[in-house]
Structure formats: C-alpha cells, structure tokens
Design a protein around this ligand. Structure first.
Ligand code: PMP
Length: 363
C-alpha cells in the first residue's frame, strides 16, 4: 500500500482500520444494500449511527447525564459565533476570553460582534508561546462564560488542565485535542470540536453542552443557529453530514477497542516525548516554539536556523514519506501533527529523520 505518514493538522490521519471498514461498507451497508454516501438521514441505520456515537462518547468521557451531545455543521468557526449568540446575547453580561493563540483570537473577534467580550488573558506579546499562570487571568465577576482553547493547533500550546474560572461556565474549543485524553467533563459548560483532526473527516462538529445552558438560547435567534434546535430534534432538524457522522462513530469504536482515553493519553505522551527529546537535545538546531511547560501532545512546532534549511527539511522528509510538515504560514518552521491516529511508527520515523537531518546539516 502506498500510504505515507500524514502529519497534516487537519483534515488529518485516520486509523487504518476505520478507513478499511468505511471502504468495506462503501458500496453497500451489510443487510441494507445502500452506500453510507447514499442513505437517508431518516433511516433507522443513521439514527443508530448517532445513538451509538453518543453512547460511545458518553462511555469514553464518562459524560454525566445532564449534558447533551449535538452534531452540527459549519466547522468550529461557526461555534465562535453561535456560542456568544446563544450564551451571551440578551444576558447583558460579559464573556471572558483567554486568548492563547490564533484560534482563540478569532473566537474573541466574533464574540465582540455579538456583545461584551473581555480579554481575560492575551498571549500575543509572547508570540503565543506560553499559557497563563492562574494569577495572570483577569476574570470578570459574574461572567456569562469563560472561553479558552485547550490546544492551539498553529502554535502547539496545550493546557495541561482546565483554567480555574470560579462559577462561570467554562467553554472550550477542543478542536485539535478532543478525545486525546480523559477530561473532567463536569468542569465544562460547553466543549466543541470540529471532527477533522482527532474525530473523523471534515463536515461535522461536535458540541457537548450542559443542559441548563440550553435555557439561555434567545427566542428570536434563527432556528439553525439555536442549540435548542439541535437538542430538541436529535440533531436531525435538517440533514446532517451522514458520511462524516458514520466515520466519527467508527473512530469512537476504535477508541473504545484501544483502551479508551487513558490509554490514548499514554500513547500520545509517549509519541510527543520522542519528538520533544530531539528538540531538547538539539536546541541550537531545532528551536521549539512552545515553552516546555505548555507543549502540545498533538501539534509539535519548531523552527530551524534558516528558511533554506526549513525548505530542505520539508522536501527531504517528504521524499521519505513524511508529509505535510510545513508549519502554518503565520508561525513558519515545522509543525508535526501527531493526533490519536498517527501510529508510533510514523513518529519514530520522523524522529530518526530529524536526528539524521541535524547531523548532516550541522556539518
Ligand atoms: N479551532 C481550532 C483550535 C482549530 O485548530 C481549527 C481548525 N484548524 C478551528 C478552530 C477552525 O475549525 P473549522 O475549520 O472547522 O472551522
């Protein structure tokens, strides 16, 4: 098979067994005779897909009963708008934003269009290379909610635990690290993630919301922008992305079969450590972007001494089947995205390549 190691930040690598299952089902679902690309979202089969995915997520996350799982479209970026529309509009209150990278800054911008958005922390002056200490958070008393980004995909900084925000509902963009580790779900008011990194293909976005927050949805909000439209209709008020939801179900099955989120966290930590060890050993050659205490287990970001070496690195790595390593244009350098489905082999191969490249380029 001619598959390469795909270090893309998203859409990203999926487990091979999931792809094989999707391939096996593609022409005809067993006992149904219709492709998952063709089947009605009103079919019993699809209702079963959503029910199983929700049940798998409940098991994986030990999700308390007072949370709803919603399947939405429009990507994580639509949530940047829907969150303030549903949770801030009409409250007369303030929403706090902890901005630790590019995505958090974009979320803040949308909230400012909707109401009072307060910057509780902004890491821009540190080039988004680190996360706030608890004493650096300037939280508003009685905030409508506090938003943070658990893993900034572009900069590669990841919260190791939730920021302490008192009684305000904690709202989290977990797009690039959802299901990479267990989460204390009862700390969250709302958590959302687009699928195309750790969950499945692009097209579906998961929103998990504590039920009391659904009561904030303003009555005059357009139907498809209301969380209640999804919670009251089992996410079937209109046509969901059927195929993407089906693949997310397969990924949740894969996670359960592979020991759940505790096991996933162990694997992810071990994979990331292999690359960070190289950054530490060769720090005059590979300069990590993130402060060591804030390093992401999902997106490993670093720079080389020159643009020319960076280009050579990307090109020579690609020739060895290590692809999509170019950093985001706003940060430069290299970004290796090593989500749940990136096999250990791929990370080991990248590590070997980094060691060889440093040895040759340094002479
Ligand atoms: N938030 C984070 C943390 C992301 O990494 C991304 C996508 N790279 C987004 C939001 C935007 O997601 P989407 O493209 O699904 O709108």
């Amino acid at each position: 098979m001619d598959r390469v190691y795909n270090f893309s930040p998203g859409p990203a690598v999926l487990p091979l067994s999931v792809l094989k299952q999707a391939q096996a089902d593609l022409l005809s679902l067993p006992g149904i005779g219709i492709s998952p690309l063709e089947i009605s979202h009103r079919s019993d089969w699809f209702e079963g897909v959503l029910a199983e995915t929700t049940s798998n997520l409940r098991k994986l996350l030990q999700l308390p009963d007072n949370y709803s799982v919603l399947y939405m479209q429009g990507g994580a970026r639509l949530q940047f708008s829907m969150i303030p529309m549903n949770l801030l509009r009409g409250t007369g209150g303030t929403a706090d934003y902890i901005v630790t990278g590019t995505w958090g800054a974009k979320a803040l911008e949308e909230a400012g269009r909707e109401g009072q958005a307060h910057v509780a922390y902004n890491g821009k002056s540190h080039n988004y290379s680190r996360l706030p200490q608890p004493s650096e958070l300037q939280l508003s008393p009685g905030a409508a909610y506090v938003h943070f980004t658990s893993n900034e995909t572009i900069q590669g900084v990841q919260f190791q635990q939730e920021p302490e925000v008192g009684d305000a509902p904690l709202v989290c963009d977990a797009s690039s690290d959802f299901l990479c580790r267990p989460l204390p779900m009862s700390k969250y008011g709302l958590i959302y993630a687009c699928a195309q990194k750790n969950l499945g293909p692009a097209g579906v976005t998961l929103v998990i919301i504590r039920n009391d927050l659904l009561e904030r949805t303003p009555a005059d909000l357009h139907s498809m922008l209301r969380y209640t439209e999804y919670s009251e209709n089992n996410s079937l008020a209109n046509t969901p992305p059927v195929f993407a939801c089906y693949v997310v179900m397969l990924v949740t099955r894969w996670l359960l079969e592979h020991g759940g989120l505790t096991k996933m966290e162990e694997r992810n930590r071990a994979k990331a450590a292999l690359l960070y060890q190289v950054l530490d050993e060769y720090e005059d050659f590979y300069q990590g972007h993130a402060d060591p205490a804030c390093r992401s287990t999902m997106n490993v970001t670093f720079r080389l001494p020159s643009d020319e070496l960076t280009k050579r690195f990307v090109k020579e790595a690609a020739a060895q089947g290590l692809r999509e390593l170019k950093g985001h244009r706003s940060v430069g350098g290299i970004r290796a995205s090593i989500y749940n489905a990136m096999p250990l082999d791929g990370v080991e191969k990248l590590r070997e390549f980094m060691l060889e490249f440093a040895a040759v380029a340094k002479v």
